[in-house]
Design a binder for this molecule. Sequence first.
Ligand code: SAH
Length: 372
Amino acid sequence: MSYPASMRERRPHLKDHSIEALRTRFAAEGIEPWRAEQVASWLYARGVEDPARWTDVSAALRERFAAAWERRALEWDDCSVSADGTVKGRLRARDGALVESVLIPEGDRTTLCISTQVGCPLACAFCATGALGFTRNLSVAEILDEVCRMRERLAPGQRLTNVVYMGMGEPLLNLPNVIESVRVLLHPKGFALGPRKVTVSTAGVVPKIGALLAAVPVNLAVSLHAPTDAVRDELVPINRRFPIAVLMDALRGQREISARRPVFFEYTLMRGKNDSLDDARRLAQLVRGLPSKINLIPMNPHEDAPYQPPSDAAVEAFASELSRRGATVTVRRPRGADIDAACGQLAARRASPSGEPQASGAPKPRGARSAA
Ligand code: SAH
């Protein structure tokens, strides 16, 4: 049966709910609530979207799901593979909006970095997504379909081990949908990830941090990027509303943050901006006593921002000053920079401005350098 577009829009989406919420929704529609787990294990654990293949579901119910419910929110638009094995997917929503997700293999880990908004309203000075402006929030189904689509690119035997909400957008400005999607990532009939395997990152939307941590047992990452308000006001404009002292107080007040569940600070190093040894000392002072780890990310340069990474020696000096002063610190090497897939480079740019979207189905990866 085919439906006109207007009616299709109004059909409920099986991926728009956590499994708990789907039970309630089913009950209200006269479907047995336990069918929610069944449907979830087809959609997420097994990755089968066509109800015709849901062999343990009655024929009548299979037809009902096929006719009256949506099961798919994102289609492939483009896919590129970096020389280092990083895969960037550009995915297309029903309204034509483009979102990007990045699959990052590192030894026996495979991390997926997902987006939560089309564009971003926070306009951080050094971020390519921020330069796009904000279009809209992603739905729960769209967030989960990033995982479903990108999983199609895993090699045989490769398993998705970690998910980070560090793609396009500010997760805490789309909090209800982020929470519902996390619930599906963690649910045994969903993607069955362990709670320490999921990380949600914020640029510092302070009033929402407590609600996130109370709702779901994920890791919290905070994009800090400067130890003084003068510099952070420029780099991360939301600092003007929630300055560093307010942010740090809020973090210190979270019961959920502990040595077992530290907060991760992201600090993008920009030459001459926030990379002096004084900055390192102030940063160490700021985090003292707070269970935390600092991830240093040398700036990934791009055409929308004037900032450059420091020299390798300056990055090393900054890192050792921090650890000398008791901070736990790691330097993150950029991944997928050759295909604009590294932190802060996601801008869903089309290769050709008028490029027609390709037909659905996973496209052949385009290698930036020596891919495939
Ligand atoms: N809005 C959320 C989620 C995005 S996470 C947040 O800001 O935390 C993406 C991370 O990459 C953030 O820490 C962001 O500040 C950082 N980033 C942005 N642009 C970058 C760039 N050009 N080089 C390195 N890191 C960048």
